[in-house]
Design a protein around this ligand. Sequence first.
Ligand code: DAH
Length: 356
Amino acid sequence: MDDLKTKYLGLINAASDEQALEDIRLQAVGKKGEVALAMRELGKMTPEERQTQGPLLNALKDEINSALAAKKAALGDAALNERLAAEWLDVSLPSRGRRMGTIHPVSQVTEEVSAIFADMGFAVAEGPQIEDDWHNFDALNIPPHHPARQEHDTFYMHRDEGDNRPPHVLRTHTSPVQIRAMMAQGAPIRVIAPGRVYRSDYDQTHTPMFHQIEGLAIDKDISMANLKWVLEEFFTAFFGTKVKTRFRASHFPFTEPSAEVDVQCSFEGGTVKVGEGNDWLEVLGSGMVHPKVLKYAGVDPSAWQGFAFGMGIDRIAMLKYGIPDLRAFFDSDLRWLRHYGFAALDVPTMRGGVSR
Ligand code: DAH
């Protein structure tokens, strides 16, 4: 028994891992181990011998088992210490950088434009993108069969047979928001309305969805002179340089008189630069709101008058930030978005002209 004890305590002490320990356990105190074999010998003994040997064997078994348990715990601690040393990690290191998203140029420019007009006392108004044809056309003095309805390449909403609701369109311009704002608020009023508009058209300078910003100012004595001042003030703030404007007589059903407005620019070196040179670039339509339009919107034209304008947001974004192709605005190409996008708190700066 002493031999067994010496042998197994020595083996246990020398075991280098848990598998070796398990082998030793089977060999010593397993069902067919040496201690079990010795137990079997008890049967051949006299009752007296059995009475002394039995407890001794049990004590041996207990001793081996607790040596195994102690060694197992020690090996476990050693393994854990080894892992702790090997898998050491500096949690104070800075984390891996995550790529930030960017602000789309359309969102950026919408913000810039809204901020400039807000400084001049214009609030922001909104209207639905699915608009009824009364707001989109009739109330703007574009009756059915008026050529402007065809010119707009309108997307009409599908109507089931027997659907008696008025026809709806994807709004072709932001001008219907003029009507909604005046009906909701009456006069005097000073609002801008940025948003999406839709026309069935697609080439380098046209996409079926694009963005406009509408302006409307109605009061007792507003004239074209106020319109010109507001627009020049806006372009100068937006392009960061003094910008001259040119008003050309034009026609829109919802304004009288009407004017298209050009900004001063140069086309030198294959790029457009606004605010310098002797060329002109058309950027918006405008005029004095037609008395019929005021009347449709519930504003008395004998007491109130004012101007309106509509401008392409994508267009002026291209001009300011030198973006050559409109279609890329809506391709959702991450490389384009990272290149032309803005950091969340970017301060707008000039980025040169647009190439032609
Ligand atoms: N709604 C016109 C368009 O989409 C733009 C426009 C012209 C708006 C003259 C106006 C305006 O408010 O007075 O082409």
